[in-house]
Write a protein that binds this ligand. Structure first.
Ligand SMILES: NC(=O)c1ccc[n+]([C@@H]2O[C@H](COP(=O)([O-])OP(=O)(O)OC[C@H]3O[C@@H](n4cnc5c(N)ncnc54)[C@H](O)[C@@H]3O)[C@@H](O)[C@H]2O)c1
Length: 318
């Protein structure tokens, strides 16, 4: 990878992936693009920022040509909870941005990274140690797009030789940009709410709902390690299970309460989020990622709680 275009760069993952890529490949070799003006302004403060609607194939191709891009990181998506409110838009946006990424990559000989998700699985998937290759019949439009996207990306690799690679991200915990409407967002929101006066958080996900989670530094490392991996070692491509920790709201809140004794929690369950979280894996088996490209996470829940509380406190006094 020498020149990288990140589309959907102004969101939760992009705002941290762009500086991570800049550190590895140089500021002038990473172009961040987003639909929203405010996000583009922020990208311009830290490097190269461009306004782009990723569903506009011509504008997308023009950017790839302008910057002589050889790698496309496509982060554009409506996430799981928001997608259920606008299923048709979710399909058009998620698949439209992906199809453009793949066609442009084919034309300009780029590699493509598009994240999949734990949302690609559904109720009929084994929930404990979910295998790499297993039943994938998701119950959400987000999941339908992720499964279709995985298949389409593999198709572009086998049919046209496009170097497509992907991971199934767990819920990502971070302290940069706020999460964009997913079912695992509670594991970020709680840190911001709990340090406010009152130290209280109301959770919309059931207390005993286990889901895979990952801290942003591990997620970023996964992306670049996979994209730099020796292709000869890759048996899979789209998309690898990656895991680092699995917990339920109750366990996370107990860990927070150990550090903030007057913290209090209650539940006002969102039926959509409850149904989605119940359909997703409790914990994935990531042995293929470990064997094929050396995946090894560094962060567990207790360390994440310490780091998140410190980072969010620091932000709140600025
Ligand atoms: N955050 C997570 O916990 C998580 C977990 C699993 C998978 N993922 C996947 O990772 C990717 C990025 O997720 P995220 O959390 O950063 O999402 P996000 O919602 O925070 O960011 C998406 C960005 O895309 C931009 N965008 C929307 N429409 C666009 C368009 N037409 N053209 C260009 N930009 C557009 C938005 O302005 C936003 O900045 C998605 O594919 C998502 O499914 C995320």
């Amino acid at each position: 990878m020498k020149r990288i275009l990140v589309v959907g760069a102004g969101g939760q993952i992009g705002t941290e992936l762009v500086p991570h890529l800049q550190k590895l490949y140089g500021k002038d070799n990473v172009i961040g693009a987003d639909l929203k003006d405010l996000q583009v302004e922020k990208l311009r403060e830290g490097g190269i920022g461009e306004k782009l609607d990723a569903t506009d194939a011509n504008a997308f191709a023009d950017l790839v040509k302008k910057y002589k891009v050889d790698s496309i990181f496509n982060l554009v998506a409506l996430l799981s909870a928001t997608g259920e409110k606008m299923p048709e838009l979710a399909w058009k946006l998620n698949m439209g941005a992906l199809l453009n990424s793949l066609n442009i990559a084919k034309e300009f000989k780029c590699s493509v990274f598009t994240p999949s998700s734990i949302g690609a699985f559904g109720s009929s998937t084994p929930h404990y140690k979910t295998p790499q290759d297993t039943v994938m019949r998701p119950n959400t439009i987000y999941g339908v797009c992720k499964v279709a996207g995985e298949l389409l990306s593999d198709y572009y690799f086998t049919r046209f030789g496009v170097d497509t690679r992907s991971v199934r991200f767990p819920g990502i915990i971070s302290n940069g940009a706020q999460p964009g409407g997913g079912t695992t967002d509670y594991a970020v929101e709680v840190f911001y709410e709990i340090i406010k006066d009152g130290h209280h958080y109301t959770c919309e996900v059931p207390q005993d709902s286990y889901m895979d989670m990952m801290y942003m530094p591990d997620a970023l490392k996964a992306v670049t390690d996979l994209m730099e991996a020796d292709p000869a070692r890759l048996i899979h491509r789209n998309s690898f299970n990656i895991a680092s920790m699995s917990f339920c709201p109750k366990e996370l809140f107990e860990a927070i309460k150990k550090r903030i004794p007057d913290a209090s929690f209650d539940y006002d369950i969102d039926p959509v989020k409850a149904a989605i979280s119940a359909s997703w894996p409790d914990i994935m088996d990531d042995s293929c990622a470990r064997e094929e490209w050396g995946w090894k996470p560094e962060w567990g829940m207790e360390a994440v709680v310490d780091d998140m509380l410190a980072a969010v406190r620091k932000k709140s006094v600025k």
